[in-house]
Design a protein around this ligand. Structure first.
Ligand SMILES: [Zn+2]
Length: 373
């Protein structure tokens, strides 16, 4: 991974490039930012930069043997720790490193949910257990294979339990020579203070709508309208934008599905409601989440429209025409209640609740709320 392949994040990238150029790399760094901001691929780009045998002004060369090894995550001095679901056969990241490489290389903007879905552990608790700390200490006690740095990337350090964290405190403070820790966190607020005080924090920001739109057009050659719509729904998370694209190949558009839902909800018709519920219950969890997210976006835009903040309305084209007709149904009183309902449903869907029961209930509640003046 090269810095140039990472969406946006000019500030952290420039800071890292400067550190390497000036040979002032701290021994423990914390890349903090929300899911899908790109802090994980940047950690590997930074590792590649440090290991590269032919560095350029903008980072790694991308071609030398070290670069090739890091780009496949097989460099012997690059160690990776990530949350696992503990079982009889899986005790630490070592036991799943092959799987991790495969998933990451295919999806560098992966989230913890993506990772757990890929290893079929959706309902298990992700942990970085104490065995992991013992492994880390062991790995770092050897000298490096290639005579330069030893880099330890810890993805989602907030999943360390207290025992694991305590075991690592001393080495984080005084690591062996030429050892660099890169903690890559999506929920920095959950890290214990004694860890935070031992690392230099590099903040990452969520990607902007424009950055995501441009990246989608450039990387996937899709049309500008679809790219923009996807970027709006992704809410700063580039990984989410890619999942949206993958799941958007079917013909039913977000708008059509939402219109049908609202028609059914406005004038409640049990037969049509059940058809909609059945169709959407069968569409899979990702699609269901997208429907809910899309609805939240429409409600938000309706409110902006009603407030006369036309330039804050993000939908365009056919969606905007629909919005003008639908906006009168949304008012300040029902807005908050609708947002709560749809957000709650998103939460339940993510946790595998029964979509048929949820959606039928959502139609009834929406019916009530749309007639609420
Ligand atoms: Zn190189």
């Amino acid at each position: 991974m090269l810095y140039s392949q990472i969406i946006g994040q000019q500030e952290p990238k420039q800071r890292l490039i400067k550190m390497v150029r000036e040979e002032r790399v701290p021994h423990a760094l914390l890349f903090s930012g929300k899911a899908g901001c790109g802090n994980l691929p940047t950690a590997f780009a930074f590792a590649q930069h440090l290991f590269c045998k032919a560095k350029t002004d903008n980072g790694a060369c991308g071609n030398c043997p070290s670069c090739v090894k890091v780009s496949k995550l097989i460099h012997p001095d690059l160690h990776i720790v990530f949350p696992i679901a503990k079982s009889k056969d899986v005790k630490s990241s070592n036991d799943l490193i092959k799987e991790f490489r495969e998933v990451y290389l295919n999806k560098p903007y992966l989230s913890l949910d993506d990772w757990f879905n890929e290893i079929n552990a959706e309902n298990k608790q992700p942990v970085i257990a104490v065995d992991e700390a013992i492994d880390i200490l062991k790995k770092l006690s050897y000298t490096s294979y290639e005579g330069s740095y030893k880099i330890m990337v810890i993805w989602q350090p907030e999943k360390m339990n207290l025992d694991t964290a305590n075991k690592l405190l001393k080495i984080l403070e005084e690591p062996p020579e030429k050892t660099i820790f890169i903690l890559v966190s999506n929920q920095t607020e959950k890290l214990i203070a004694t860890i935070i005080s031992r690392v230099q924090q590099i903040p990452f920001y969520s990607c902007s709508e424009q950055e995501i739109t441009e990246a989608l057009i450039y990387n996937y050659k899709i049309n500008a309208e679809l790219a923009k719509q996807t970027a709006i729904l992704a809410n700063g998370n580039y990984g989410e934008a890619l999942s949206l694209l993958v799941n958007n190949e079917e013909s039913v558009s977000f708008l059509e599905n939402f219109q049908t839902f609202m028609r059914v909800a406005l004038k409640f018709d049990p037969g049509k409601a059940l058809t909609w519920v059945d169709d959407n219950a069968a569409s899979g969890r990702e699609k269901q989440k997208q429907f809910l997210q899309y609805a939240l976006e429409v409600f938000r835009d309706c409110l902006m429209h009603n407030f006369g903040e036309k330039n804050l309305v993000r939908l365009s084209g056919a969606e905007k025409q629909f919005l003008e007709k639908f906006a009168p149904f949304i008012n300040q009183k029902n807005y908050e209640k609708l947002i709560t309902e749809f957000n709650d449903n998103y939460y339940y869907i993510e946790r595998n609740a029964n979509p048929k029961i949820l959606f039928l209930d959502l139609i009834l509640k929406t019916n009530e709320l749309l007639h609420f003046k």
